[in-house]
Write a protein that binds this ligand. Structure first.
Ligand SMILES: *[C@@H]1O[C@H](CO)[C@@H](O)[C@H](O)[C@H]1NC(C)=O
Ligand SMILES: *[C@@H]1O[C@H](CO)[C@@H](O)[C@H](O)[C@H]1NC(C)=O
Ligand SMILES: *[C@@H]1O[C@H](CO)[C@@H](O)[C@H](O)[C@H]1NC(C)=O
Ligand SMILES: *[C@@H]1O[C@H](CO)[C@@H](O)[C@H](O)[C@H]1NC(C)=O
Ligand SMILES: *[C@@H]1O[C@H](CO)[C@@H](O)[C@H](O)[C@H]1NC(C)=O
Ligand SMILES: *[C@@H]1O[C@H](CO)[C@@H](O)[C@H](O)[C@H]1NC(C)=O
Length: 669
């Protein structure tokens, strides 16, 4: 830079800046709105679902549950998220579990299942402006009429999705602002147009459509070629775009969003990933919203993608939760902007690596976010990150246009400090006094800065939550005490099928309140759901234990239920789960298998079990041996179990069939 100006001139600038920074070693970046602005900012968000990622959150006791929600949604406190995207439950496995549908059967409607309604209300209670988005991953079987495909009867699928949006308003006063098509699966132009038509017909003209929650292509090409489709879709949502877009997407003139991103283990490198993409999704890819999968890691850590959330809350039994670095990285942008602000055109890369964005509210406020994340400290789970270099640098920012007269900026800084392992996140520094609209920063590697006219930023905090603890070794649930606003029993994580509280008021005995598997047909799936239903619970490290449960089959001919120990897989791998499975069938037989699929039989014989009667099953696994009891009497013993060595406890059914469970208990060694 020194070549271009005489030494004397630099001395003058030096004086003017009143800065100790040697201008020769500083690059200057203008922040200017004179030539117009960039795109409108739509916010930063988190995704609950896809699937069952908030499962354990609802079981936290107060005050911890509210504290976690505050760190996520409360304005000027923590992540202060602008957007909450949720899964429209489709009864099917969608990564870490299943989420219940509002219509299990064609004639069924219930808008109180699961926890997404509750979560949306909690988010809105904290931030009335939070943007709400719904997206289906899967659909109940009846929507597909027996085919694993939701578009053969597009009017049925559209009506099903629109019901969910109407239900949100009618039962929870929630205004869903955006709705998607079918997560990371094919879209169908006819369906999208019909969805638009159905929304409009139901007075939901304001609900915008995002398509297609997959790659940029092929939706962009369809949008360019089909004007009617172009009118139906408002936002192109791409997943894991690696901060870039394609020129056809820009050509559509649609809003471009990274509608699912991050999905990275939430340690400091995860925070680095998030810092880099939050800026660079706009700088490189014109994206005006970025949504993290997932919102909060609130599922058993041994399920797929453990801890890939903005924070960790996976121990409702202890109350322990961890506010991880992505929360504070989010705050750098969210606390000092709002959806509806506009990016400046003057955004870009820093000379020695890193990036800067600037946004304005149009009334003179300015927020600048700068990140200098190095390659190895900002790798996301996907896509692969091409090499780049970042070194420490001095950067001078020159405020011009409407911002030229700004006299002071608030300064917030995060330093990852990978070398010393003593990071500091979202620290408020002394406000910067500007001389002549200019300021210089001495940027080290792996830092994030916010400079802003907004003075309301705050690093919220609560006293430390209780220490981490393992799942209790003795656990009982008779399902009599209901978990008030929820349809599912605490800590059970459905991996195929849906297990819900059930009340049988005609039962004269002890089984009025039970847990019932309610699916009667295979859903239109997103992942490879098992052919059996299964809900897991407990500590993945459990090896020696006794599981006891009362069971009640409701399929006279084909009924079958099981209890299990050492279940070693869940999520998308549920089909291949191994463990010790003790089954009884309505035809009066029993079986012990080493796998959920029931292929490896360890023992079998007569049990006298039948449908429409309660039976008590008990399974004990100790070292290499397992034994089972029926109604308190030994039924089989000395089954040899070499693998797996550990895993969750579980309950389930032989097929998609109604069955009930009661008085579940585990005693682990
Ligand atoms: C930044 O400026 C300071 C002093 O103004 C100088 O000592 C330092 O070498 C500069 N750093 C870089 C990376 O140029
Ligand atoms: C919600 O948005 C309105 C209008 O933009 C704004 O005045 C208000 O402060 C916002 N409320 C919160 C809690 O962010
Ligand atoms: C898209 O981003 C590129 C790269 O930053 C930029 O040059 C271009 O102006 C942007 N276009 C639109 C329409 O936002
Ligand atoms: C900036 O935003 C605040 C509210 O956060 C508002 O009071 C103020 O008028 C805005 N404009 C300027 C130039 O600060
Ligand atoms: C990064 O720096 C190293 C060492 O100076 C150099 O060899 C390499 O080519 C650089 N990589 C990139 C992507 O610029
Ligand atoms: C409800 O309880 C009654 C009385 O025990 C029993 O006959 C009936 O099968 C039960 N129904 C269901 C669906 O559990």
């Amino acid at each position: 830079c020194c070549y271009r100006m005489a030494r004397g001139a630099w001395a003058a600038v030096f004086l003017l800046l009143g800065s100790v920074v040697d201008p020769c070693s500083s690059q200057t970046y203008a922040l200017n709105d004179k030539a117009g602005l960039g795109r409108v900012f739509d916010g930063i968000g988190g995704l609950s679902g896809g699937g069952a990622t908030s499962r354990l959150l609802v079981n936290y006791a107060e005050p911890y549950r509210s504290q976690i929600l505050d760190y996520l949604f409360k304005p000027n406190f923590g992540a202060s998220l602008h957007i909450l995207k949720v899964e429209i439950g489709g009864d099917s496995q969608t990564t870490d579990g299943t989420e219940p549908s509002h219509m299990h059967y064609e004639s069924d409607e219930n808008y109180f299942r699961g926890y997404e309604w509750w979560l949306m209300k909690e988010a809105k209670r904290r931030n009335p402006n939070v943007t709400l988005i719904g997206l289906p991953w899967a659909f109940p079987g009846w929507v597909g009429h027996g085919k694993n495909w939701p578009y053969d009867f597009p009017d049925i699928t559209a009506a099903y999705v629109v019901n969910w949006i109407l239900g949100a308003k009618q039962y929870h006063d929630l205004d869903i602002q955006y709705v998607g098509i079918w997560n990371e699966r094919n879209f169908d132009s006819k369906y999208i147009k019909l969805l638009r038509y159905t929304l409009d017909k139901n007075g939901l003209e304001g609900v915008r459509i995002i398509a297609s929650d997959n790659l940029w292509e092929p939706i962009t090409l369809y949008l360019l070629l089909d004007p009617e489709l172009g009118r139906a879709v408002d936002v192109i949502g791409a997943h894991y775009p690696g901060t870039t877009t394609v020129k056809e997407a820009v050509k559509t003139q649609k809003k471009l969003w990274s509608s699912e991103d991050y999905s990275t283990f939430n340690d400091e490198v995860g925070g680095g990933c998030w810092a880099r993409i939050l800026n660079q999704n706009y700088v490189n890819g014109n994206m005006t919203a970025t949504i993290s999968w997932n919102l909060v890691a609130s599922y058993y850590e041994d399920l797929p993608f453990g801890r890939d959330g903005l924070m960790t809350a996976e121990e409702p039994w202890s109350g322990n939760y961890v506010v991880e670095s992505p929360i504070w990285i989010t705050a750098h942008t969210t606390q000092f902007t709002q959806p509806g602000w506009t990016y400046l055109q003057t955004v870009g890369h820093l000379a020695q690596g890193g990036s800067y964005v600037a946004l304005t509210d149009g009334t003179g406020n300015l927020t600048v976010v700068i990140e200098t994340m190095t390659h190895d400290h900002s790798v996301c789970i996907r896509p692969p990150l091409p090499p780049f270099n970042v070194t420490s640098q001095n950067a001078t920012f020159q405020l011009q246009g409407s911002f030229a007269s700004i006299k002071e900026l608030q300064v917030w800084r995060s330093q990852f400090n990978f070398k010393t392992k003593k990071p500091s996140f979202f620290e408020k520094l002394t406000p910067l006094k500007l001389v002549d609209g200019s300021f210089t920063l001495n940027l080290a590697e792996d830092e994030v800065y916010t400079l802003t006219t907004i003075t309301t930023g705050q690093k919220g905090s609560y006293p430390d939550p209780p220490p981490s603890a393992r799942f209790p070794k003795v656990y009982k649930d008779n399902f009599d005490i209901r978990n008030p606003p929820f349809s599912e029993a605490p800590d059970f994580a459905d991996q195929t099928g849906v297990f819900e509280y059930y009340i049988n008021l005609t039962d004269p005995g002890p089984h009025v309140f039970t847990l019932r598997q309610v699916l009667t047909e295979r859903p239109v799936t997103w992942a490879a759901d098992a052919d059996q239903t299964i809900s897991v619970i407990g500590d993945y490290q459990w090896h020696d234990l006794t599981v006891t449960c009362d069971v009640f089959m409701e399929s006279v001919k084909t009924g079958g239920v099981f209890i299990a120990a050492r279940v070693d897989k869940g999520g998308q791998s549920i089909r291949s789960a191994n463990g010790v499975f003790f089954w009884v069938f309505a035809d009066g037989t029993y079986k012990v298998t080493n796998d959920l699929a029931g292929q490896t039989v360890l023992a079998e014989g007569q049990s006298g079990t039948r449908a429409y009667g309660w039976h008590t099953l008990s399974l004990t696994v100790k070292g290499q041996y397992a034994l089972g009891q029926l109604n308190g009497y030994p039924l089989w013993k000395n089954a040899v179990v070499l693998t797996p060595k550990n895993g969750w406890a579980a309950i389930g059914t032989r097929s998609f069939e109604l069955a009930q469970f009661d008085n579940f208990a585990v005693v682990a060694g």
